[in-house]
Design a binder for this molecule. Sequence first.
Ligand SMILES: Cc1cc2nc3c(=O)[nH]c(=O)nc-3n(C[C@H](O)[C@H](O)[C@H](O)COP(=O)(O)O)c2cc1C
Length: 283
Amino acid sequence: MRKPPAVSTWRNRLLGRWRAVLALPNNSTLKTMLVALAVCLVCSVVVSAAAVLLKPLQDDNRSLDRKRNILEVAGLYQAGQDVNLLFGQVEPKMVELASGEFVDDGVIDPAAYDPLRAARDPAQSTEVRPDRDFANIGRRERYATVYLVRRDDRLQHLILPVRGLGLYSTLYGFLALEADATTVFGFSVYEHGETPGLGGEVDNPKWRAQWRGKAVYDENGALRIEVIKGAVADDSPSARHQVDGLSGATLTSRGVSNMLRFWLGDDGFGPLLNKLRSTGEKA
Ligand SMILES: Cc1cc2nc3c(=O)[nH]c(=O)nc-3n(C[C@H](O)[C@H](O)[C@H](O)COP(=O)(O)O)c2cc1C
């Protein structure tokens, strides 16, 4: 029986063939194709290796960025300070959206929970009725992570993750509410693909500053918060529920109103907010 050739023999043969290719004239079609193929192979190995090796770093950075955004909207961010250390002041909690009940600690790990993946999984999500899908998300996860900030053991701020379609992209953001579950403390959009200078102004700090103090619900509990077209008239009876529209970006502005209408409504955090408004944090 013939013995399989030793590795060094294979290597020598391959090297020999490669040398033969390199010895071909530079205008040879075969040489051009083989050199191009070799360059592609080397590049794809380098790119794949970089993607695999850098994935944990990217995940860490994404998580840090999310934490920084939560701290910012809660007014706790301090430039130059360790984000993970500052985030110790924030308590992530899982909520069952339909009932508005907090899930017991330890049942679902908020750090490992991915709401977008859950929303894609039929076992962990429900389809949103098209006539109520104001945020245009299609499916909504059963559980969501909310973030509590306490002072002297009392709830100070509640931070809700929100997302919804703008004009060109899905906007991802956070809405921070005061402990009354009605007054806005802050609003931020940390990821979107809207046009810079138009819809992209959703992340302009000047525009975001208007949100503080706005009331999400009126005295009858009706959801009233909205981004209007144009500027809010100070003497309007609705001014405390309204935010100036982004100029030249009515569709992105409408997307923001719609995503809040969804996430603060019955299919979103409405049940949780109703409980907090009526019974406080014991809900
Ligand atoms: C290049 C380009 C980019 C645009 N980007 C946005 C955008 O990001 N968000 C948005 O609402 N409208 C954007 N618009 C404008 C919309 O097409 C639409 O005209 C606008 O939302 C209407 O708002 P207005 O009534 O305030 O003009 C863009 C228009 C152009 C030509």
